[in-house]
Design a protein around this ligand. Structure first.
Ligand code: MG
Length: 292
C-alpha cells in the first residue's frame, strides 16, 4: 500500500493511493489539525493491517490536495549513513570535502550522522538557497527506511521485520559548511534540506535489496545505481544503530547515496536557482523538487 500525507486548507490527513495513482482515499481516523497522521497510523499498524477496508474513507483527487512529506515532522532526527556506496565513497574522499580524517576511502563500519526534523520538505517543494551562508548546495538521492516497531539489539536476521515502509529522500548538503565546520550535521540540516516522498510504500511491496535508484538534474541523469551496491545493507544498518539506541516507530533512516553527486565532478556541479531535481526509486515513485 502507498500512503501519502496531505493537507486541504488547514486540515491534515493520511491518504491511501488508488491503483491508478490519480486519487486517494482518506484513511479514517488520521484527520487532524497537526500533520502527524502517518505516525499514528504506523503506531496502530499491527491492529489495522488485517482489515485494510477499515482504513478507507472518502475519495479525493490528487489535484484537490496539497501533498506533504510522508512524515512531515519526524519525532526525532533523521538517521543517515554516509559513504555507503563504494563508488560514492571514492568520489567523496577524492573531492577535498571529506574532513572525517579517515585514510581509507571505504568505511569498515557504517558512518552515521543525522538531519534535524525541521529540514523535511514536501515533494514538489522549493529547496531554499540559504545564499547568506552557502554557495555549494549538492543533491544526494537515497532510499529511506521507516521504522514500524520499537526495538533494541535487533539482529540483522530480524531487522526487516522492524521496517514499516520505504520512501525516497534527498540528503541535500551544503558542501562548504560540511568542509568548513568539519562535521556533517550543520550542512545537512538547513531548513528544506530533506525533501521526502512522494509517498511511503509498505515494506511488503518492496524488495529492498534490489531497487534501481536514479537522480536527474534538469533531465540529465547524474546518479544511477541499485541498492544491491550498498556497502552496508538495511539489516546491517538497523543492527548497528539499534545495538545501543532504541529505534522507535516513525524513525527514518536515510541509507546513503550512490556516485554522481555534484562534488563527484571536476569542477564540482552545484545546484543553481531553478534547477529541477528528480529522483526515482523502483516501486517508490518519483520525488521532484526545485532549487529556489
Ligand atoms: Mg547522504
Amino acid at each position: 500500500m502507498k500512503f501519502v500525507s496531505y493537507a486541504t486548507g488547514d486540515q491534515y490527513a493520511v491518504g491511501l493511493m488508488t491503483r491508478d495513482g490519480q486519487s486517494l482515499q482518506t484513511v479514517r481516523g488520521t484527520e487532524s489539525d497537526k500533520p502527524d497522521g502517518m505516525l499514528r497510523l504506523i503506531d496502530r499498524w499491527e491492529e489495522l493491517r488485517p482489515e485494510p477496508s477499515m482504513l478507507r474513507g472518502h475519495t479525493l483527487s490528487l489535484e484537490d490536495v496539497r501533498l506533504l512529506a510522508p512524515i512531515p515532522r519526524p519525532p526525532r532526527n533523521v538517521f543517515c549513513v554516509g559513504k555507503n556506496y563504494t563508488e560514492h565513497a571514492k568520489e567523496f574522499s577524492g573531492s577535498g570535502y571529506d574532513t572525517t580524517g579517515s585514510p581509507d576511502d571505504q568505511p569498515k563500519r557504517p558512518i552515521f550522522f543525522t538531519k534535524a526534523p525541521s529540514s523535511v520538505l514536501a515533494p514538489g517543494g522549493l529547496i531554499e538557497s540559504h545564499a547568506a551562508i552557502t554557495e555549494e548546495i549538492d543533491y544526494e538521492a537515497e532510499l529511506g527506511a521507516i521504522i514500524g516497531r520499537r526495538g533494541r539489539t535487533i539482529p540483522r536476521g530480524q531487522a526487516l521485520d522492524y521496517v514499516w515502509g520505504y520512501t525516497i529522500l534527498n540528503d541535500v548538503t551544503a558542501r562548504d559548511l560540511q568542509r568548513a565546520h568539519e562535521q556533517w550535521f550543520l550542512g545537512k540540516s538547513l531548513d528544506t534540506f530533506c525533501p521526502m516522498g512522494p509517498w511511503a510504500v509498505t515494506a511488503d511491496e518492496i524488495d529492498v535489496g534490489e531497487l534501481d535508484i536514479t537522480c536527474s538534474i534538469n533531465g540529465e541523469v547524474r546518479q544511477s545505481s541499485n541498492t544491491s551496491a550498498l556497502i552496508f545493507d538495511v539489516p546491517t544498518i538497523i543492527e548497528t544503530l539499534s545495538a545501543g539506541i532504541t529505534l522507535e516507530p516513525g524513525d527514518i533512516i536515510a541509507t546513503g547515496t550512490p556516485e554522481g553527486v555534484g562534488i563527484g565532478f571536476n569542477p564540482p556541479r552545484f545546484l543553481r536557482t531553478g534547477d529541477e531535481i528528480v529522483i526515482n526509486i523502483s516501486g517508490l515513485g518519483t520525488l521532484q523538487n526545485t532549487m529556489a
